[in-house]
Write a protein that binds this ligand. Structure first.
Ligand code: GUN
Ligand code: ZN
Length: 475
């Protein structure tokens, strides 16, 4: 019998909190003493312990105490072969790629290098509470293979694909459209829908993709219509100008991808910092998605994502949040929430009309405010919706895959007087608002140390030892 249960304090979502302005708790589901019953990795029952204990009282149960259990975090945009190149000084996007990123990613053509990095990559994800990623690999098929092989060993729900680039990179790094097509095709056949792996046709960005490469992407999408499409869009002003120069017929950045029929459901454009209102509207109409990567956008000086624009109810776009590691220098989605909150606050200074009162936009400013509800929805159910995988992950709904994380609101720097530093630490949360206040504290003040346990398909795959009380007080 493979059925077992987890008892504890659960917090997930049943709806989008941006649809519940003034009443956000209606989007959340808080069960202070709950039971999650898992069979073969799939959730078969979820609810208050009192209600379920009669039926499931005899099932082997793990009791997780003094933690908030949320669905596993979803990182909508991350670069596997940048695992070893964090903290690269001094450049914005295009020179950063040339100086630091392409030379490092080229090393992933060697299987042993890619293999060793894959272990580190997934270890870091799980230690950060991330159970699902949509990831770039490099332009070498062995890199993509090592990614999927390690994901398979960990039994994690992932989306990834060979990352195509055939121009504006050194000769040693560019691929040809023909090789990209043939290699992508073989990888789709080997990995797409195999286990928990999903395949994304992945042109790196329009600046690095010739019309011929994008034509091959279009062909792949026609031949594999259920595959995902993942790329970058409008990240940095120099890049946006460059795209205008290398695709002279296109009216704007999105038009390049539209021309090759890539923009629709399951399309994600990462960063989306400099999109025009027209591009936002077309992404909305296409039911496509963008990714907000605040820490990368700040680190590379790319710009400020318009959270309040992306969440405009009249033209809402699907959205994931992403680390963009190594553009973002952390694996932690909690760190992404910290950055995202601050970007929203800065955006509101700009929207406040402080320079030109006619620019004041109160409604967009309200949507820029990243409450804990909006934040944790974005990296769980909202992220799953952005990636079109909300039928499989993102909440504790029965039938979904049991990926979750147990957060410790008291975990912090060893030796510091952490227990009194979190404003919301009044002991175990009793109400949904208590829980939301603690989650806000965790995302702003906490870090990876707040991730106590990570579970994949109902199996504990990560446990942090430092948060053990006896270890903690001994430090
Ligand atoms: N655009 C094209 N490649 C990359 C990359 O590796 N990182 C980021 N942030 N943007 C890109
Ligand atoms: Zn990226």
């Amino acid at each position: 019998m493979t059925t077992h249960a987890i008892r504890g304090t659960f917090f997930d979502f049943v709806d989008d909190p941006w649809k519940h302005v003034g009443d956000e708790e209606a989007s959340a589901r808080f069960v202070s003493d709950g039971l999650l019953v898992v069979d073969d990795g799939i959730i078969v029952a979820f609810g208050p312990y009192d209600e379920l204990s009669a039926e499931y009282g005899d099932v082997e149960t793990t009791h997780i105490e003094h933690r908030i259990i949320t669905p596993g975090f979803i990182d909508g945009h991350i670069h596997f072969p940048q695992t070893r190149v964090l903290g690269a000084f001094g450049e914005q996007l295009l020179p950063w790629l040339q100086k630091w990123i392409f030379p490092e990613e080229a090393r992933y053509a060697e299987r042993s290098y890619a293999h060793e990095a894959a272990g580190r990559f997934f270890d870091n994800l799980l230690a950060s509470g991330t159970t699902t990623v949509q990831a770039f690999t490099s332009s070498a098929p062995v890199c993509t293979e090592e990614f999927f092989e390690e994901a398979t060993r960990r039994n994690m729900r992932v989306i990834s694909g060979l990352t195509g680039i055939d121009q504006n990179a050194p000769d040693y790094f560019v691929d040809t459209p023909e090789n990209f097509y043939a290699d992508s095709k073989a990888l789709i056949e080997k990995y797409h829908n195999v286990g928990r792996n999903l395949y994304a046709i992945t042109p790196r960005f329009a600046f690095g993709a010739s019309p011929e490469l994008l034509q091959k992407c279009a062909q792949l999408k026609t031949e594999h219509p259920d595959a995902w499409v993942h790329t970058h869009i409008s990240e940095n002003p120099a890049e946006v100008r460059g795209v205008g120069a290398v695709h002279p017929g296109a009216d704007d950045y999105l038009a390049v991808y539209e021309k090759y029929d890539l923009v629709g459901p399951k399309f994600t454009g990462g960063h989306a910092v400099w999109l025009s209102n027209s591009e936002y509207k077309r992404i909305h109409d296409a039911d496509a998605a963008v990714t907000f990567c605040p820490n990368s956008n700040l680190f590379l000086g790319s710009g400020m994502f318009r959270l309040g624009k992306a969440t405009d109810p009249d033209e809402r776009v699907r959205m994931t949040f992403g680390t963009d590691m190594g553009g973002g220098n952390r694996f932690s989605m909690l760190a992404v929430l910290d950055g995202a909150y601050k970007v929203g606050m800065i955006n509101n200074t700009l929207l406040d009309g402080s320079v030109d009162p006619s620019l004041k936009d109160t409604a967009e400013a309200e949507r820029n405010k990243l409450s804990a509800y909006r934040a944790f929805w974005s990296i769980t159910l909202g992220g799953a919706e952005g990636l079109y995988i909300d039928d499989r992950v993102g909440s504790f709904q029965v039938g979904k895959e049991a990926d979750f994380v147990a957060l410790d609101w008291t975990a912090g720097p060893p030796g510091a007087d952490w227990h009194s530093s979190l404003i919301a630490d009044g002991g175990d949360p009793v109400t949904v608002d208590d829980a939301a206040n603690m989650l806000f504290g965790i995302m702003i003040v906490g870090d990876e140390r707040a991730v106590d346990q990570t579970w994949v398909m109902g199996t504990k795959v990560y446990q942090q030892s430092i948060v053990d009380e006896s270890t903690y007080s001994a430090v």
